[in-house]
Ligand binder design. Structure first.
Ligand code: TXA
Ligand code: MG
Length: 351
C-alpha cells in the first residue's frame, strides 16, 4: 500500500483538506493524525475491520484496547452507559484536552475496539487537526499511538512514517505535537477514580475537580522493580523502547553525571556506541558518549515533548547503550519517569 502524506498548515486549515482522509476512514482505512499528546493511528471505532487493521499495522496484541476519540463531549452518552457525575465534571474541566476516561461501554462499541472489555476509553482531543478530522468524517475515531507496538510513541509525522509507511492509507502531517506524552487515563468505573496512566493532567488537577483520586498500583510500583544491576537480556518489559539498551541513573546530580560518564567510557572502550540523555543544564559536563539534551529542567514541557523523539534519534544513530538522567521533579515528573522507566524495562542504577 502506498501511504499518502498530506502536509497541513495549522494556521490555515481548510475543511476541504480533510475530505480524502475522512473518506478513507469511512471506508474502514487507517489515517494517522496529530493530537496535542502524540500522533494517533485512526480508524472507525465502530467498524470491527478497522480495529483489526489497527492491530495489524501496529503489530499490537488485539487484547490491548483502543481509545475512542470524539469531537463533542455529549457523545459520551452514545458510547457509554451508567456515566457517573465525575465524568461530566472532568469533561467540563479538561475537555478538549489530554485526558482519557474509562467508562462502561454501550452496545454500539464493538469488543474489537475495547479488546474484549465491557469498558471503553474515551478522549476529546484539543488539537485542531484531530478535531476537524473527527468532525469531517462524522465518526468516532479509535486511535492508539501511531507507533509500531513496543517502540517509542510518535511525536512527529516523520516518526509515523518510520514505523507505518506502506501499512496505512494516510498520514496527516501537522508538525511536532505540543505535549509529547500520551494522555492521562482515569478509570471512572470503580468506587474511587483511578489513574491508570499519568500524563499532563495530574492527580492534583483531577482531585481539584472530583475529589480523591488514586494511582493504580501499576503506576507506582516502581520500588518493586528497583534493579541495581542490569536485568537479564530478554527480561525487558518492551514498551516505548528504543533499540539501544536504556538504563536510568538516579541520585544526586553530580553523582549521576560521574556514574554515567564512567559507564559510557567503559562501553566506548569496549567498542560500543553510547548515547547519553541529558539536559541543557548538564549536557556539557559529560566526558564520554554522544550527548543529547532533551530540554531544560526549568521547562518540563520541553523535556516531555522531546523524550520519545530523542529515544528515536539514538536509534537512528545506532547506539547500543543509552544512559539517562532521571526526571522525578515538577508537575510532569511522574509522567515522564513512567514512560522512561517502561522504555528502560525498569533498568535503573541508584548512585
Ligand atoms: O494521548 C493518547 O492517549 C494517545 C492519542 C493518540 O490520543 N493515544 C494513546 O493510545 O496513547 P494507546 O492505545 O497507545 O494507549 C491507550 C492505553 C493503553 O494502555 C490501553 O491499554 C488503555 O489505554 N486502555 C484503553 N481502553 C481501556 C479500557 N477500557 N480499560 C483500561 N485501559 C484501557
Ligand atoms: Mg501507545
Amino acid at each position: 500500500m502506498k501511504t499518502i502524506v498530506q502536509k497541513m498548515d495549522r494556521n490555515n486549515l481548510k475543511p476541504e483538506e480533510f475530505a480524502l482522509a475522512a473518506s478513507l476512514l469511512k471506508e474502514g482505512q487507517l489515517v494517522a493524525f496529530p493530537t496535542e499528546t502524540v500522533y494517533g493511528l485512526g480508524g472507525d471505532a465502530l467498524d470491527e475491520m478497522a480495529a483489526k487493521r489497527i492491530y495489524a499495522a501496529k503489530g499490537r496484541p488485539s487484547d490491548n484496547p483502543l481509545i475512542v476519540h470524539i469531537a463533542d463531549a455529549s457523545d459520551i452518552e452514545k458510547l457509554a452507559v451508567d456515566i457517573p457525575k465525575t465524568a461530566y465534571a472532568l469533561a467540563g474541566r479538561f475537555w478538549p484536552g489530554p485526558l482519557t476516561m474509562i467508562l462502561k461501554k454501550s452496545d454500539i462499541v464493538p469488543y474489537s475496539t475495547t479488546g474484549g472489555l465491557d469498558t471503553v476509553a474515551i478522549r476529546m482531543p484539543s488539537d485542531e487537526i484531530a478535531r476537524e478530522l473527527i468532525r469531517t468524517s462524522g465518526l468516532y475515531i479509535a486511535a492508539p499511538s501511531a507507533n509500531s507496538s513496543g517502540r517509542p510513541s510518535t511525536t512527529k509525522a516523520e516518526h509515523v512514517k518510520e514505523d507505518l509507511d506502506g501499512k496505512i492509507a494516510m498520514i496527516l502531517d501537522g508538525g511536532a505535537v505540543t505535549i509529547g506524552l500520551e494522555s492521562t487515563i482515569v478509570d471512572l468505573t470503580g468506587e474511587v477514580p483511578m489513574i491508570l496512566r499519568p500524563g499532563y493532567i495530574t492527580k492534583e488537577m483531577l482531585e481539584e475537580a472530583i475529589g480523591t483520586t488514586e494511582y493504580d498500583k501499576a503506576v507506582v510500583n516502581k520500588e518493586k522493580n528497583v534493579t541495581i544491576v542490569a536485568k537479564a537480556p530478554g527480561m525487558k518489559y518492551k514498551h516505548y523502547a528504543p533499540k539501544g539498551d536504556l538504563t536510568i541513573f538516579e541520585g544526586e546530580m553530580s553523582a549521576v553525571i560521574a556514574g554515567i560518564s564512567k559507564a559510557a567510557k567503559e562501553k566506548e572502550e569496549s567498542g560500543a556506541k553510547v548515547g547519553i540523555l541529558a539536559t541543557e543544564e548538564t549536557k556539557d559536563k559529560y566526558t564520554a558518549g554522544i550527548v543529547k539534551s532533551i530540554g531544560s529542567r526549568k521547562d518540563e514541557l520541553s523535556i516531555a515533548s522531546h523524550l520519545f523523539d530523542t529515544l528515536r534519534e539514538f536509534d537512528t544513530l545506532g547506539v547500543s547503550y543509552i544512559y539517562s538522567e532521571s526526571f522525578e521533579e515538577g508537575t510532569l515528573g511522574q509522567a515522564i519517569m513512567n514512560r522512561l522507566l517502561k522504555a528502560a524495562g525498569y533498568q535503573r542504577v541508584l548512585v
